[in-house]
Write a protein that binds this ligand. Structure first.
Ligand code: NAG
Length: 502
């Protein structure tokens, strides 16, 4: 019944649903905390009062506890990311998805219990468990889609991963509102059990990916069946399996990880691609603060209710902009779109700081400027900055180094995100909104300048042309580096391109 057999509509429907159910935990758990902030604060505070500290938590203890609660997610997610290759290669992609869905259910159930027994510490542990399951499920889903879906709908399906995330954010913000479940955080968290169970139900009837069956299981027959299950008879499945085997052989003679990493750092154009990847994704780090704290920030000038509704409007705008952005992204140059959205996005943060301070000193209508700035931030992020910055590094690198550069970018980004997002609340307590200048504005100016200077246009160009430009612009290129190594490398790159076209 679930077999899409190459029908694009069925494939998109199946993987769209799978993406929503698989990403639910990650997206929901990171969005309800925004609007339900007061509910959580009362829970933390009451738990400590009941335990016998009559004054509850001080402002500072709560600030650190809350920052820790929010950001521990990054840590668990990273741990999940690290164990994903082990799980997917040994137990299969499907088993990894099922396993992560079960751990996700466990994490949600334990979180509900933690709230019921009023144990903040236990809640932190449960949240870490849930986040590690998200790390596994997100990364496995990416591999699953790459391996099971035919090329013509792969782009759409990958896009669904990003959009499903924004889409569930809207639900998370909505459920966290005071008028819905904002003051019943056990129920608020417990809602996640429903998609968790549905996720398991949809995963069991799925077939393992053809590539895993062929390469890790050496089971041609099952691989053929799986290929037909996903792509149908017309996809010339036998030939596809042959290509897959060939590619796998070439993968095997790949250079070891450490050597590859050293090479990326040593070779000018690879280093440049890596740096561009790191800096463009650095630009989206403030979005975590908006996601986690927009209601709290707005409460400096508005009632809890207005702050929550404004945050909800913000996430709806961001999600809608994401859908519009995806449909226009192919019409403009990547570099121009990335830079324009990054500049406007950063100006929106600057405007927020300005209006926040003006509202603080002069009151009056200035506070509405904060709302306008937040909305501008969401629109530019959703429409262009978010999606482009995430995939830009893959467009700058030759196939062979793509995954190592991509993983390095992701690892650096996770660490930066943890450090910066964790510091926001304590620094906000200390310096007020001025904290945004060192945390967000100065890094953004630096990133934008470097990208404007070093990034080649990527849209509509072949990777080897882009790599050639990165190489050409490279000031460290001397005659000697054009020696045999560089030439053999160009050869390799060409071969990579040939592989890509297969
Ligand atoms: C916790 O509750 C106490 C007593 O109601 C209150 O004085 C304190 O400000 C609260 N702390 C926080 C962080 O809300």
């Amino acid at each position: 019944m679930l077999a899409p057999q190459g029908n694009p509509k069925c494939l998109v429907a199946l993987f769209g649903l799978l993406a929503i159910l698989t990403n639910f935990q990650d997206s929901y758990s990171n969005s309800y905390a925004n609007t339900a902030y007061n509910g959580f604060r009362n829970f933390f505070n009451d738990s400590y009062i009941e335990r016998g500290s009559p004054h509850g938590l001080s402002k500072w203890s709560f600030t650190f506890l809350w920052s820790f609660f929010l950001n521990i997610w990054t840590f668990g997610f990273l741990a999940g990311t690290f164990i994903t290759p082990y799980l997917t290669d040994n137990y299969g992609r499907k088993m990894a998805l099922i396993l992560s869905a079960m751990v996700s259910l466990l994490g949600t159930s334990l979180s509900v219990i933690a709230v019921l027994v009023k144990s903040p510490e236990f809640l932190l542990v449960a949240r870490t468990i849930a986040s590690s399951s998200s790390g596994v499920s997100f990364n496995t889903l990416v591999v699953f889609i790459q391996e099971a879906v035919p090329t013509n709908v792969r782009g759409t399906c990958s896009f669904l991963i990003e959009t499903s995330f924004l889409f569930i954010n809207v639900f998370g913000f909505a459920f966290g509102l005071d008028v819905i479940l904002g003051h019943y955080i056990d129920l608020l968290i417990g809602v996640g059990l429903i998609p968790g169970i549905l996720a398991l139900l949809i995963m069991f009837p799925l077939k393992e990916t053809p590539k895993f069956l062929l390469i890790h299981k050496n089971d041609n027959k099952a691989a053929l069946e799986a290929l037909i299950f996903y792509q149908g008879e017309r996809s010339n499945p036998k030939k596809q399996l042959e290509t897959m085997l060939l590619e796998a052989k070439e993968d095997k003679i790949d250079i070891p990880l450490k050597k590859a990493l050293i090479k990326v750092i040593k070779v000018g154009h690879l280093r440049k691609a890596l740096l561009l990847g790191i800096l463009s994704i650095q630009l989206i780090i403030p979005v975590w603060t908006m996601l986690y704290l927009s209601s709290l920030l707005l409460e400096a000038h508005f009632s809890a209710k207005v702050s929550q509704y404004t945050s909800f409007a913000y996430i709806v705008l961001e999600c809608s902009a994401g859908i519009v952005g995806a449909s226009i992204v192919e019409n403009f140059g990547r570099k121009r779109m990335l830079l324009t959205s990054a500049v406007v996005n950063t100006l929106a943060i600057v405007a927020y700081i300005a209006f926040d301070r003006l509202a603080f000193y002069y009151g009056g209508w200035f506070k509405y400027g904060c709302i306008g700035s937040l909305f501008s931030y969401g629109i530019t992020y959703g429409a262009a900055l978010g999606p482009i910055s995430v995939f830009i590094s893959t467009e700058l690198t030759p196939q062979k180094y793509r995954s190592i550069i991509q993983s390095t970018v992701l690892a650096v980004n996770t660490i930066m995100q943890f450090i910066i997002t964790f510091s926001v609340l304590p620094l906000y307590n200390l310096l007020d909104i001025w904290a945004f200048i060192p945390l967000f504005v100065i890094p953004a100016i630096f990133c934008i300048s470097y990208i404007a200077h070093a990034m080649p246009e990527t849209k509509g160009r072949e990777i080897y042309e882009i790599v050639a430009e990165l190489r050409g612009n490279d000031s460290s290129t001397t005659l000697s580096t054009l020696s045999s190594e560089a030439i053999s490398e160009q050869e390799e790159d060409k071969k990579d391109i040939a592989d890509l076209k297969l």
